[in-house]
Design a protein around this ligand. Structure first.
Ligand code: NKO
Length: 200
């Protein structure tokens, strides 16, 4: 029973469309009708500015972290759900949110929250890799994909030492989600038309 409850709960947490709700509540704007059309942190920065961007980034990260930590709570001790599965379900909720007609984000911030909740050192490494890549490329989409490749390489090395095959499997799935959701960005990057950030 707790298994089903946990699956529903983590999906609902992931489904919280931070960018949409912050935009509608405080700016009367649906960010999916502007910019890249994505319901994510970057498009929030782009359309609504720094303040909203930071709040949405933190909320989207937190969704992944909370979902990942839930199975370790005493109440869900018998759920049989691995923390990384719970986190991955929240990422699915983030991409296909029931509260936003299933048009969600690109899995980046919530996946980052999952690794933060499971094994925080990877989060620090990915964050640094993301920022360094952003400084050089000026493209958030490219940096997101770069960080997911770094996550994959890290998971291979970590698994080699710790035999945590689960981490490798889930990171591979999350990285695949991230690449799949960035299809239109990949086309623009190849064409040289992907927007670049100015503030780094
Ligand atoms: O609007 O198409 P767009 O230009 O907005 O957006 C592209 C963008 C979408 O993603 C986001 C989220 C940005 C979050 C920034 C926090 C970065 C933390 C480090 C990245 C970790 C990656 C985790 C991979 C785990 C497998 O890309």
């Amino acid at each position: 029973m707790n298994m089903i409850l946990l699956i529903i709960l983590t999906y609902l947490i992931g489904s919280i469309p931070s960018g949409l709700w912050i935009g509608k509540l405080f700016y009367k704007t649906d960010i999916r009708e502007h910019g890249s059309g994505n319901l994510g942190a970057t498009n929030t920065f782009r359309i609504l500015g720094k303040k909203a961007g930071i709040v949405v980034t933190l909320m989207d990260i937190l969704k992944g972290t909370i979902a990942t930590v839930l199975p370790t709570l005493a109440y869900f001790a018998d759920s049989g759900i691995h923390p990384l599965i719970a986190g991955a379900i929240a990422v699915v909720g983030h991409m296909f949110p029931v509260f936003a007609k299933f048009r969600g984000g690109k899995a980046v911030a919530t996946s980052a929250g999952v690794v933060l909740g499971y094994h925080w050192p990877i989060f620090i490494i990915l964050f640094i890799a993301f920022i360094l890549c952003l400084k050089v490329s000026k493209m958030v989409s490219f940096s997101s994909m770069f960080a997911s490749v770094v996550a994959f390489v890290y998971a291979i090395i970590y698994t080699f030492f710790e035999q945590d095959y689960f981490l490798l499997i889930i990171i591979t799935i999350l990285a695949a989600f991230i690449f799949y959701r960035h299809r239109s960005n990949i086309v623009r990057i190849k064409a040289g038309t992907e927007p670049k950030v100015k503030w780094l």
